[in-house]
Design a protein around this ligand. Structure first.
Ligand code: FE2
Ligand code: FE2
Length: 315
């Protein structure tokens, strides 16, 4: 075939690109944006980022545990009791959230709650693992959890469980992801600082859980806002519940001050040279704030964050 012939051939019609179909929502989500709360997001946030290169939440390069945590009876005791207290809340969380999947108002919420249940189960697991590493058997762990559940804390957990058992999704979400989680994360922030010199491993565990709790609160805010906009009776129910929880939170803190604060003060006094320089609150060093004062600051931070959050979500 010569060149002239090739040039005479009719040219093919220009390719017309088929336009990509407009992306649809993959889940039914009623009036809220589920993309930040799906499993893909969970993989990026937790599995591939916070937990990458850790084993049971602890990285390999972490600084060693201070000898006092292992050898000083009192430090060892409050270390274990602190973890046991976290465990009581994590157990309420994973059991409650797993039950709530069936009551979620839309498919996207069910998927989110499945990731939250995994987060909470993981928190329960890593704190149990840490106690096991310190020689605590499951039976002794259960006993410690029981001992740390004061009458007031029991009443607080009971009110949360009651909302779940009634299958009232809005109220249960309010209890779990606004109240309990909202309370957990100032506490985790405080505890992460408190243990940072004694046991950097525990601090890493707490920070890992903290990152998840922040995310759970974000979902709580998004979904509750959806309910407060409905303008029906749900808003009143949630408001009343928020009020009841507010009172219970204060008694939980008062009871922990009554029962345990002297132990923490003894440790602080004895090890001030080790922990005195910790910034326990923004701009406040451990050596400058008594333990009782610390609990009061913590409670007022919780109450303040709680009130701002309620305002923001329209309650
Ligand atoms: Fe948790
Ligand atoms: Fe959580």
């Amino acid at each position: 075939m010569n060149d002239a012939l090739i040039l005479d051939l009719p040219s093919p019609p220009p390719a017309v690109a088929t336009p990509a179909p407009a992306k649809q929502n993959k889940f039914v989500a009623d009036d809220w944006n589920p993309d930040r709360f799906d499993v893909q997001h969970w993989l990026g946030r937790a599995a591939w980022r916070t937990l990458k290169d850790t084993e049971y939440g602890i990285g390999r390069e972490i600084a060693p545990t201070h000898f006092a945590v292992l050898d000083d009876k009192l430090v060892n005791q409050i270390y274990k009791l602190d973890i046991a207290t976290f465990l009581t809340a994590e157990r309420v969380s994973y059991k409650g959230i797993a039950k709530l999947i069936q009551h979620a108002p839309d498919e996207a919420s069910q998927i989110f709650l499945a990731t939250q249940a995994v987060d909470e189960a993981r928190h329960y697991e890593v704190f149990s693992e840490r106690l096991a590493q310190f020689g605590v058997s499951p039976e002794d762990r259960d006993q410690m959890m029981e001992d740390m559940t004061t009458k007031e804390l029991r009443a607080f957990y009971h009110l949360i469980e009651e909302q779940v058992d009634r299958g009232d999704f809005a109220a249960a979400m309010m209890a779990h992801n606004i109240v309990l989680e909202g309370m957990a994360y100032p506490i985790y922030r405080y505890e992460a600082a408190y243990w940072s010199v004694f046991d950097p491993s525990l601090t890493q565990l707490i920070r890992g859980a903290f990152a998840d709790e922040v995310h759970h609160v974000r979902y709580g805010e998004a979904i509750i806002q959806r309910y407060t906009k409905l303008g029906d009776d749900t808003r009143n129910r949630m408001q009343k519940l928020a009020h009841d929880f507010h009172g219970l939170m204060s008694s939980v803190f008062e009871s922990s001050i009554r029962h345990y604060i002297h132990l923490y003060q003894l440790v602080a006094d004895q090890y001030m040279d080790v922990i005195g320089d910790i910034d326990i609150f923004a701009g406040r060093k451990m050596r400058d704030v008594s333990e009782t004062e610390q609990v009061h600051i913590l409670l007022s931070q919780i109450q303040e964050e709680h009130s701002t959050r309620l305002l923001r979500i329209g309650l």
